[in-house]
Design a protein around this ligand. Structure first.
Ligand code: DAH
Length: 383
């Protein structure tokens, strides 16, 4: 007697296992009886047809009919059955035995494909969910895109860096207090090495400035997206791993006006043409003068208020601090002067920003950790 899908009354695991076992026994038996191509088509449709195929009936009669608290157990089994049925039907491509032996089955499938007429390529394929760009990567790509449109090229560098590139060549001398601005993760057991050769996790993307200037003669215009690490415990606005986008332009006669014009344009291209920018003095060892740039709050439009509520992202100031920047310090050019960077002939500006924070603000996310926990339910919202 041909197998029919029973209506289940008992949804206990034991009863489910028993029902699944019966179904699989029937599947194997029927697969073994497939002799010809038309047998196989009938076999396939009986098990897989959307309309009333055995799997469809299992879905309706078992999964949909299951009481709430049994759904999980039933779902697990139905999924497994689905996999087994699809595999068996797929592998029973030649008359005779179902191909229990995978190697043999592959060989058969290969033969069939070579013969070109036995495999039904009209069967539905396996659908994979489309992925989406992570919100931080998306933000980085958009920002990098703005600079590419200005003629900047993209550079990358290693995440494990030497003290020389991360600090010394950026004008942080050994033991200089400016090193304390960045709580650094050093690789252990390197005391026997010279300081400049010791390895650390780069604390910023600025070392790629020097690496690039060693390779490319001026003029250059580059952006450097990448991961950086600091010894900061994770909380709503900190993470031991985060991202930066660095920028560097070196040419003859580059001025602070070029810096302001470029960054102002970039912010308008990114956040919308109504944002304003503002600069205030700051300090970084590798730029002189140095500045912090703020953009007018793109959430409250710079008013500091959202209706009757205070605007939280800009702390009611109407401004959001977005990046550090400045004119390249001549001491930095000293380290690459052999490659054409004579500070009497060329000048440049640099900047560095944090796309994680920009993404937080842009998407109104209140906890940085959400970006790194990779919970699909969170990430799916950005697809
Ligand atoms: N490297 C700095 C940091 O991580 C950011 C920065 C500031 C980069 C000013 C620059 C710059 O290129 O000019 O805090």
């Amino acid at each position: 007697m041909a197998y029919t899908v029973p209506k289940l009354k008992d949804f206990s695991p034991a009863a489910l296992d028993k029902a699944a076992e019966k179904l699989l026994a029937a599947l194997d038996k029927e697969a073994a009886e497939v002799k010809t191509e038309s047998d196989w088509k009938i076999f396939r449709d009986r098990w897989l047809a959307r309309k009333n195929g055995i799997l469809t009936q299992v879905n309706g009669g078992w999964l949909k009919a299951a009481p709430r608290d049994a759904k999980r157990e039933v779902g697990l089994r139905v999924n497994e059955l689905k996999g087994r049925v699809e595999t068996t039907v797929g592998l029973t491509v030649r008359k005779g035995e179902p191909a229990r032996d995978i190697a043999k089955a592959k060989q058969w499938l290969g033969d069939e494909v070579a013969e070109g007429n036995r495999l039904d390529i009209t069967l539905p394929g396996v659908r994979r969910a489309l992925g989406a760009e992570h919100p931080v990567i998306k933000t980085m790509n958009e920002m990098v895109g703005v600079f590419r449109n200005l003629g900047y090229s993209v550079q990358e560098g290693p995440e494990i860096e030497t003290d020389y590139y991360n600090f010394e060549s950026l004008n942080f001398p050994p033991n200089h207090p400016a090193r304390d601005m960045q709580d650094t993760l050093f690789i252990a057991n390197q005391e026997s090495k010279l300081l400049r050769e010791r390895l650390l996790l780069r604390t910023h993307t600025s070392p790629v400035q020097i690496r690039t200037m060693e390779e490319m003669k001026p003029p250059i215009r580059i952006v450097i997206p990448g991961k950086v690490h600091r010894n900061d415990p994770p909380d709503a606005s900190h993470s031991p791993m985060f991202h930066q986008i660095e920028g560097l332009a070196v040419d003859t006669n580059i001025t602070f006006g070029d810096l302001k014009g470029t960054l102002d344009h970039a912010m308008k291209a990114f956040f919308g043409s109504s944002v304003k920018t503002s600069f205030r003095p700051s300090f970084f060892p590798f730029t002189e003068p140095s500045a912090e740039m703020m953009v007018s709050c793109f959430i409250c439009g710079g008013s500091g208020r959202r209706g009757s509520e205070p605007c939280r992202p800009c702390k009611q100031t109407g401004w959001i601090e977005i990046l550090g920047c400045g004119m390249v310090d001549p001491n930095v050019f000293e380290f690459v002067k052999e490659n054409g960077y004579d500070s009497r002939k060329v000048s440049g500006f640099a900047f560095g920003m944090g796309p994680d924070r920009i993404a937080l603000l842009k998407y109104g996310v209140d906890d940085l950790q959400l970006f790194f926990q990779n919970d699909v339910r969170f990430l799916r919202q950005f697809a």
